[in-house]
Design a binder for this molecule. Structure first.
Ligand code: F6P
Length: 366
């Protein structure tokens, strides 16, 4: 019997989202009478007073696997359990609209939901699944901070973009005998910074999991200049913390957004190094959303397509309440509960990547 599938993308965008959507639509189409619909701007498309749900056909998804972003839009504010609603007096309240979502899903005749998103979105998947809806999760995050999958799509693209930028900074750092600090994304997990530092040959790598001491970094810089290299390149994750344990950023201004807007830790490190007497010219580059935009690299297109196809296969087998994962060499699945048990952070004591980085002389400022 034909099935109607509702697809949503939630949280920050990520290269590869469109490749997942295309994989879902193409695989579902092979079932003959299955239909896929996009819920526009995450679950807002079904939660708002004016619903916005659009049919996705093979024609709609043709060629989109090479495009960044998501054709069905996304948001990292609110969600069915914390939906921001503006009152006539202009004030905002947060409402639980999950019952409304369930009612509408049933009224519209959707058999299953595929929710593509990171940690926050998969918590929503779990909540909806516990309410009796047929949900399959697809993991997404450039931060690669979900532990049950070896990789999330988008991560390798972000590392590629960061490494390419870093390579450019190395040449200008060496020409001018400067210190360059490049700030990359990574809220709680330092995977992008760590991989970029090794791929790019950084001298210093600062990640959220290893609190840094600016005095150690200043010593490393002094040694670099004494050895007549005369320049130094540092990668720092936006969520990095000095010994005081504080992150750098601003409080969220948008209603329904619970996250601090991280940014500025590179500038903070620059000031700390200057106050410690480092006199070489220090420049800071913040890559920001450049790491999330644009076309996914081939690796992420493949992984994203595999995830999309697998999500439809799980629906065919009625294996709901699960999240698609990649455990080399298999594309498989785990329960949403299991998927959310522990985040995937760098483990400084046991990580092979940290050992490798230290092995080629990269300092973590510890
Ligand atoms: O979670 C992915 C991520 O890119 C984080 O690294 C970053 O802190 C956050 O999203 C930025 O989100 P926004 O687009 O809302 O600024």
């Amino acid at each position: 019997m034909g099935k109607k599938i509702l697809v949503a993308t939630g949280g920050g965008d990520c290269p590869g989202l469109n490749a997942v959507i295309r994989g879902i639509v193409k695989r579902a189409d092979q079932e003959g009478d299955w239909k896929v619909y996009g819920c526009m701007e995450s679950f807002n498309g079904i939660l708002k007073d004016h619903m916005d749900i659009r049919r996705l056909t093979n024609q709609d998804v043709a060629g989109i696997h090479v495009k960044g972003g998501t054709i069905i839009k996304t948001t990292n504010r609110g969600g069915p359990f914390h939906f921001p609603v503006q009152k006539p007096d202009g004030s905002w309240v947060i409402e639980d609209r999950s019952a409304l979502l369930k009612k509408r899903v049933e009224e519209l005749g959707f058999d299953a939901i595929i929710n593509i998103g990171g940690d926050g979105s998969q918590r929503i998947s779990l909540g909806l699944s516990q309410m009796g809806l047929n949900v399959v999760g697809v993991p997404k995050t450039i931060d690669n901070d979900l532990s049950s999958t070896d990789f999330t799509f988008g991560f390798q693209t972000a590392v590629e973009i960061a490494t390419e930028a870093f390579d450019k900074l190395v040449t200008t750092a060496s020409s001018h005998n400067r210190i360059f600090i490049m700030e990359v994304m990574g809220r709680d997990a330092g995977w992008i910074a760590l991989n970029t530092a090794i791929a790019g040959g950084a001298e210093v790598c600062i990640i959220p999991e290893i609190p840094y001491d600016p005095r150690i970094i200043a010593q490393k810089i002094a040694a670099r200049y004494q050895n007549e290299y005369g320049f130094c390149n540092i990668v720092i994750a936006e969520g990095a913390k000095a010994l005081d344990g504080k992150v750098t950023g601003v409080a969220p201004s948008a209603v329904g957004d619970q996250h601090i807007k991280l940014g500025g830790v590179g500038e903070k490190l620059k000031s700390e190094l200057e106050s410690l007497g480092v006199q070489h010219d220090i420049r800071v580059t913040v890559l920001g959303h450049l790491q999330r935009g644009g076309t996914p690299i081939a690796y992420d297109r493949v992984l994203a397509t595999e995830f999309g196809v697998k999500a439809v296969e799980l629906i065919k087998e009625e294996k709901y309440g699960n999240m698609v994962v990649y455990n080399h060499p298999k594309i498989s699945y785990v329960s949403l509960e299991k998927a959310l048990e522990t985040p995937n952070f760098v483990k400084p004591e046991t990580s092979d990547l940290v050992r490798t980085a230290r092995g080629v002389g990269i300092s973590f400022g510890d």
